[in-house]
Design a protein around this ligand. Structure first.
Ligand SMILES: Cc1cc2nc3c(=O)[nH]c(=O)nc-3n(C[C@H](O)[C@H](O)[C@H](O)COP(=O)(O)O)c2cc1C
Length: 210
């Protein structure tokens, strides 16, 4: 892991903002990007199926290709890298690969594995929206974790939903199995994020029931 001075979690959360202007001269090594993705990859997921893939777009030519897809938003060319967080629409297929080592390591019984696999298959085959909902829900957790990791490591981020998913799929040859969830621009801020506000907490809490 890159050496960063330890900062309080709450400070990291408070400091994060959606940065719109990045320093185009700043680059991140593949090793540094890998460190970020390692943290994202430790996010929780339904049945631990790890419904995510991270398409790292860091070559200048690739970022230029992304510019029209992201409707001309400059973050995608000026940031050191753009990470396309993809949700796995067939994460049920990960079950064997996730549970077999757990059984071998003695932390899961064969019986528990069998029941989990049945539950997963039941969900994926009978609830029409499940594959998509699960892909988006779980990949989003990884995306948030990636942004906080970046912030803790001293980088700036911008989450982006403003892009054409079909064009992204075609341009970057994304297989059918994966659904673009969001882009995350990562780099060094040239300008701090604009101040943003939130509704008062009293307004967003509902105690026990609506
Ligand atoms: C799913 C999602 C999609 C977003 N899409 C864009 C985008 O396409 N372009 C952009 O500049 N900001 C985008 N944002 C950033 C939001 O505008 C920003 O997070 C929000 O205004 C709150 O500001 P803050 O993140 O600085 O606190 C997006 C944020 C999220 C979570």
């Amino acid at each position: 892991m890159q050496k960063v001075s330890p900062r309080d979690f709450f400070t990291v959360v408070k400091e994060r903002g959606a940065v719109k202007q990045f320093d185009p001269s700043f680059s991140l090594s593949e090793q540094e990007i890998k460190q970020l993705i390692e943290v994202a990859n430790s996010a929780p997921s339904s049945w631990n199926l790890q419904h995510w893939k991270f398409l790292v777009i860091h070559e200048q030519t690739a970022k230029e290709k992304l510019l029209p897809i992201a409707y001309g938003q400059r973050q995608v060319v000026d940031a050191a890298a753009v990470i396309a967080v993809l949700g796995d629409l067939q994460a049920n297929k990960n079950a064997e690969a996730v549970y077999t080592p757990a059984v071998e390591a003695g932390v899961m019984t064969e019986d528990v594995k069998k029941r989990l696999v049945e539950q997963i298959e039941q969900t994926y085959s009978t609830i029409p929206n499940a594959p998509r909902d699960e892909a988006i829900r779980n990949a989003s957790l990884a995306a948030m974790q990636l942004m906080l990791a970046a912030q803790a490591m001293g980088y700036a981020t911008c989450p982006m939903g403003g892009f054409d998913p079909q064009q992204l799929i075609e341009t970057f040859s994304i297989p059918e199995r994966y659904l673009p969830v969001m882009l995350i621009a990562v780099g060094k801020a040239a300008q701090p994020a604009r101040p943003s506000s939130r509704f008062p907490v009293e307004q967003v809490i509902v105690w026990n029931r609506f």
